[in-house]
Design a protein. Structure first.
Length: 142
């Protein structure tokens, strides 16, 4: 499972901002600058303990193979839109609120995904219209 980090409990220290590579993802033609979480440790950390996204638009989680995944909001200080991606297409979108008095929330992918894009909630208008839209990146998506 993924959390606005990965849903695996880890005692490892936090990853520095510099350890995440960056790239540009196109969502239905709109370019977004993202940090890339392309290994287990980076996916575990994700956007946990990140108060703002200065200089980038979100985080792209890339998986080695497609599978159902879950994200949670542990230590997440931003309201997030979770964009589920399979075969370069958006297959669903979920809302994940920042951690609050309601405790930890978990959202599940609508099916197997090869990538997930997390962006602050409200950054893309008409999200519901994006289901089925194309997503591309310079590194390629699954």
């Amino acid at each position: 499972m993924v959390a606005a980090g990965f849903f695996v409990f880890s005692e490892k220290g936090s990853i520095s901002e510099e350890e995440f590579s960056t790239g540009v993802v196109k969502v239905n033609g709109r370019e977004l600058k993202v940090k890339i979480a392309d290994n287990e440790r980076k996916r575990e950390e994700g956007l946990q303990n990140v108060p703002s996204l200065d200089g980038y638009d979100g985080m792209l989680f890339v998986f080695e193979k497609s599978a159902p995944v879950s994200f949670w909001n542990k230590n997440t200080f931003l309201n997030l839109d979770i964009i589920w991606i399979e075969n370069n297409k958006i297959i669903g979108i979920s809302y994940l609120p920042k951690i609050g008095t309601d405790g930890i929330r978990i959202v599940d992918s609508p099916g197997p995904v090869g990538a997930v894009l997390e962006i602050p909630s409200g950054n893309i208008d008409s999200l519901s219209e994006l289901v089925g839209a194309s997503v591309s990146s310079p590194r390629g998506l699954k």
